[in-house]
Design a protein around this ligand. Structure first.
Ligand SMILES: Cc1cc2nc3c(=O)[nH]c(=O)nc-3n(C[C@H](O)[C@H](O)[C@H](O)COP(=O)(O)OP(=O)(O)OC[C@H]3O[C@@H](n4cnc5c(N)ncnc54)[C@H](O)[C@@H]3O)c2cc1C
Length: 368
């Protein structure tokens, strides 16, 4: 058997940051490898994390792309766009595409990421009910927001707030709804969140919290949002940011072991030795500072914190792009109000953030 049919054919499913990074790494270590990168999106792979900055008008569209078309050609990476993989036949070591074509692999890398999870609100399929995950979503949201639309943002987490800040900067009339008791419920306690709420309201964004969405109303297009307390909010667009769920269908079709994500060992190898996975399931989501590990620390600290009543502080970098803060600046919220951490590298910021948190958790600064 020739090398090309034994261990040289790499297929990567997913053209997000994980898939492109995998292609780069394989090319670096295996100049002769056949690499196929498959993405169901129509655009060249881009930096998903920058979509809110794009939405806010801070990053130009062409700056989003990880590489230009030429790069894939020069690096001999076959890029299949608008191509959906339907199934993986692990024993046969081949995948099936939506058009029925089959491609054989020696090693498969599953980097299929996650998709927004929308609660089953009545009316969730109406036109104008949007999530923000892809560049196409961002383009559509931008088009509507610029028409001075009334936008109701459901979800007061990091992504929801960044998106709300971004569309407000495009001229939309924005209302944020959070179903739990306060904004950023996973990162902040009630008092810190109250400071944040004031800050956001000062930007002209309305915040309703807690706000239980009962239904999205309209005939074909969404026209309003009905809350459980009887209020009805007019809306030209409803932007739902209520979390993500990993894309696990392919892993399941291959019979891989999964929980909320695909189970891998320390080398990212799944329960099938020829399939690696970088499905960011357990780490996906809009993270503070952009570092999965640190954000997990933050979340863990946040949870601990909420269990330890009376520690009135948390730290966040909320929309440093969208709420007018410089890159690499953090918003620190504590019992004395909100202030900014000085410019530093993101690594320093992440370290400062976690240290700050840890210190505060050990020594509560005040009682709420
Ligand atoms: C607006 C926004 C802001 C964010 N901000 C941050 C942040 O500040 N910090 C942070 O850490 N994270 C942030 N995130 C989350 C971060 O973007 C994700 O964690 C990251 O994109 C995951 O990368 P990935 O390559 O694993 O998957 P994804 O980026 O989800 O890419 C997976 C790709 O696979 C494709 N795909 C899936 N199934 C198939 C199939 N069957 N066939 C073909 N293609 C398929 C998808 O279409 C997609 O293009 C943000 C997310 C969004 C949407």
């Amino acid at each position: 058997m020739s090398q090309s049919s034994s261990d040289n054919r790499f297929i990567i499913i997913g053209g997000g940051i994980a898939g492109v990074s995998a292609a780069e790494a394989i090319r670096k270590s295996r100049p002769e490898a056949e690499i196929t990168l498959i993405s169901e999106e129509p655009n060249l792979p881009y930096m998903r994390m920058s979509l809110t900055r794009y939405l806010a008008g801070e990053v130009r569209r062409e700056k989003l792309f990880l590489h230009d078309e030429q790069w894939y050609l020069e690096n001999h990476i076959t890029l299949l766009l608008e191509t959906r993989v339907l199934a993986i036949d692990a024993p046969a070591k081949e995948i099936t595409l939506a058009d029925g074509a089959k491609l054989a692999y020696d090693k498969l890398i599953l980097a299929s990421g996650a998709n927004p999870r929308v609660p089953p609100f009545p009316g969730k399929d109406l036109k104008g009910v949007q999530t923000l995950r892809t560049l196409e979503d961002a383009d559509l949201i931008l088009e509507i927001a610029r028409k001075k639309a009334r936008v109701v943002c459901i979800g007061g987490g990091l992504l929801g707030l960044e998106a709300a800040g971004a569309v407000a900067r495009q001229g939309a009339d924005v209302t944020v709804l959070e179903g739990l008791d306060w904004l950023l419920p996973r990162q902040l306690d009630a008092r810190a969140s109250a400071i944040l709420k004031e800050k956001i309201e000062a930007l002209g964004i309305k915040v309703i919290v807690p706000a239980m969405t009962k239904a999205l109303l309209g005939s074909e297009k969404v026209e309003s949002v009905a809350l459980a307390d009887g209020r009805v909010l007019p809306a030209d667009m409803v932007l739902v940011s209520t979390g993500v769920a990993s894309n696990l269908e392919l892993a399941q079709s291959a019979g891989l072991k999964v929980n909320r994500g695909v189970l891998v060992d320390e080398h990212m190898i799944t329960s099938d030795p020829d399939i690696l996975a970088a499905v960011a399931a357990l780490k996906d989501g809009p993270f503070c500072v952009g570092f999965a590990a640190e954000s997990e620390d933050l979340e863990r600290h946040g949870q601990e914190k909420r269990e330890r009543k009376g520690v009135p502080l948390l730290v966040a970098n909320i929309g440093h792009e969208t709420f007018g803060m410089d890159d690499n600046e953090l918003l620190l919220i504590d019992a004395n109000g909100s202030h900014r951490l000085p410019r530093a590298s993101k690594t320093e910021l992440a370290a400062a953030l976690v240290n700050e948190l840890a210190a505060r958790l050990v020594t509560p600064i005040a009682r709420s």
